[in-house]
Design a protein around this ligand. Structure first.
Ligand SMILES: Nc1ncnc2c1ncn2[C@@H]1O[C@H](COP(=O)(O)OP(=O)(O)OP(=O)(O)O)[C@@H](O)[C@H]1O
Length: 193
């Protein structure tokens, strides 16, 4: 087991809902010295790249390269997860930054991702859904892709989760800030260690 943080925020949202935008904003607010962003997809890509002899850096950015391997990477990740549902969650949270007190998991995709944190860190975990209208997501570059946007990896958390916080990230900064406020208060109310 990795080090124990004080609070864990597990984020989910559709493509281009603004997960990276919102989690970056929060990290800046809390401070990079105490808050780390962990991506469950990051060890997945690293391990996939190793196994398939691919360029890891290229797989991390939003290039055509990433799109080309996306489908196969999803299939491969699924295979690993069937063997061990917590495999990528454990990998993602065992890096050097795991000694920071605030963990932001920026990209939960499946019920098993949420269950992993709820089970292993039940008192510390809060779940957060970032929402944006389809039109807004399209304006940010979202294009529906069959085989990706209808797969479990994109739809697994669309239903059946009782989110602790729902963040409205349409193009309305006031609404974004007001939906973020209770979450920020929760984190800032944690006793300092
Ligand atoms: N509230 C906002 N104000 C201004 N720009 C935003 C806002 N939210 C998101 N964006 C922009 O929209 C684009 C997509 O956002 P982002 O990368 O955060 O989405 P994502 O949900 O992480 O996407 P993906 O699932 O594809 O990785 C980015 O260019 C980001 O800067």
């Amino acid at each position: 087991m990795s080090s124990t943080p004080q609070v864990i925020l597990v984020f989910s949202g559709k493509r281009k809902s603004g997960k990276d935008y919102v989690t970056d904003l929060l990290q800046k607010r809390f401070g990079e010295n105490v808050c780390t962003i962990m991506r469950l997809s990051s060890p997945l890509k690293g391990q996939y790249a190793k196994d398939h002899d691919l360029d890891f850096e290229k797989l991390l950015d939003a290039s055509e390269y990433k799109e080309k391997y996306r489908k196969d990477m999803i299939r491969w990740g699924e295979e690993q997860r069937q063997k061990d549902p917590g495999y990528f969650c454990r990998l993602a949270t065992s890096g050097d930054n795991s000694d920071k007190p605030i963990w932001i998991i920026s990209d939960a995709r499946r019920k098993t991702d949420v269950e992993y944190f709820k089970t292993n860190y039940s008192q510390l975990t809060k779940t957060v859904r970032v929402e944006a209208d389809e039109k807004v997501r399209q304006d940010r570059g979202f294009i529906f892709t069959t085989g990706v946007d209808d797969a479990e990896s994109e739809c697994g958390l669309d239903e059946g989760i009782n989110w602790d916080y729902i963040i409205n990230n349409n193009n309305d900064e006031n609404l974004l800030n007001s939906t973020l406020k209770p979450l920020i208060q929760h984190v800032e109310n944690q006793p300092k260690s």
